[in-house]
Design a protein around this ligand. Sequence first.
Ligand code: PLP
Ligand code: SF4
Length: 443
Amino acid sequence: MKYKAYNLHNYETVPQISQLNPEYKEAIEVVGRVLPFKTNNYVVNELINWNNLPADPVFTLNFPRKEMLLKKQYNDVLRLIKSGCPDELLKNKIGQIRMDLNPNTAGQKHNVPVMEQQKLQGIQHKYRETVLFFPAHGQTCHAYCTFCFRWPQFSGMNNFKFSMHEAGLFYKYLKTKLKVTDVLFTGGDPLVMSASALIAYIEPLLGKEFAHIRTIRLGTKSLAYWPYRFLTDNDSDELLAFFEKVVKSGKNLTIQAHFNHPAELSTEAVKHAIARIRNTGSQIRTQSPLLGKINDHPAIWAEMWRKQVDLGCIPYYMFVARDTGAKSFFELPLEKCWQIYRKAYSSVSGTCRTVRGPSMSTYAGKIQILGITEINNEKHFVLRFLQGRNPDWVDIPFFAKYDPEATWFNQLKPSFGHEKFFFENDSHTHKHLNKYDINFDFE
Ligand SMILES: *Cc1c(COP(=O)(O)O)cnc(C)c1O
Ligand code: SF4
C-alpha cells in the first residue's frame, strides 16, 4: 500500500469529505491552523467509520473539531480568515492562541542534559535508567493526534523542538552513564525514518562499550497509523531484519506502541504487522492516554487490553491526558480516570494487568492515582510515583485532598493541612531537584 498524507492543503481530496456537513470543514480550516493536522489514506479508509460522525473515535483522534478551541479563540480565527486580513495578523493571532495552550507542558525543556558545557538538545534524561533520544528525522508522524502534547514540535514553534543532527555527543554521553539501561527513541515517531537512518542511529549501541544498555525502545504510533511500515514499505524487510539483529545481539528491542482505541487493533494490516514484529523476537508494550470522547469507558479499555494480549502485546501504561493543547476537549476528572481504570482492570485477567495507571506525567515524575479513600470522615486521593526525578520517591504512597473537579496534579493540595507534598518538602529533595536540573549527573 502506498502512503498518502492529507493535511490542511489537500484534505478536500479525501473521498469521504465531500459528504461532510460544512461545519466539519470549517472546523478543519479554523482549528487546523492552530493545532497541527495530518491524516492518511489508511486512517481514512480502514479505521474511520464515516457513518458514525462526529462520534467516531478515530475521526476525533485525527480531525480537528470545533470544540477543541475555546469559543472565543475559534471565533477570533474564523473572523480573521473570513475577513481576508493580511497573513501577518492571522499569524499573530494564531501565535497568541498557541502560547495560551501551554506548549511547554511538564517543563520538558528542563530535562535536557549538559555535557562539556554543551546542551544536548536532542536528549531528555529525566529518569535515571532511561534516556530519551529525539532523532532529527523522526520529528513527524504518519498522522497527528488531536490531543498530542508534542504538538508545538509540528507547528514550527522551534524553540520547543528537541532534535539533534549530530549523534556523536549522544553516544559520548551514554558511554559515561553506566546506570542507563534503556534508550528510548521517540519523536514525533522515529519509525517515519527510513530503515537505514534508524539503523545508523541504533547500530553503534550494539558495540561493547554499550554493554550497560540492555533495551532499545522505539516509541511509535506507526502500528496504529501506518502498519504498512512493517509490511509493504520499500524498506519494511530491512527494518524487521534489523530488529532481529538487535535481538540476536543479546539486547531487547521493544516497541512502545501507542494505541488509543480497539478500532486501531482490528484491521488485517495491524494484526499482520504485530505478528511480523513478534517474529523477530522483539516485544511490543502498549500505552495510551485516557481521552474524553475517544476512550472514556472501562469496556473500551478492557477490550483494548484483551485484544493486545491476544495479539502478543503487553499492556504497559494508561496516562491522564496532558494539560496542553486541546486538553479542555479531552479532559476528565481524576476521579473518573481512576474509576475507568479500576473497572477495566478488575474486568480482565491477570495477563492484562501488566498495565499501570492512571498516571500523570508531571515535572516531578509519573504520578499514579492509586485510588480514593476515607480517613476520619475525609476523602483523599492516594498517589504514588511510578517514576521520579529522584528515584528515592518511587513507590511511596502519599495523599492529596479529594477534589471531585481536579483534572491534573497541579490542582491538588496535600492532605492533613500539610503545606507541601513530601517530595517538595525536604532539603534532600531540593538538592536533588537542582542537581538534576542543572546537569543530570546521575553517578
Ligand atoms: C515515561 C518516560 C520514560 C520511560 O519510563 P519507563 O517507566 O521506563 O517506561 C522516560 N523518560 C521520560 C521523560 C518519560 O516521561
Ligand atoms: S503519534 Fe504521538 S507524537 Fe505523533 S501526534 Fe500522535 S501522540 Fe503526538
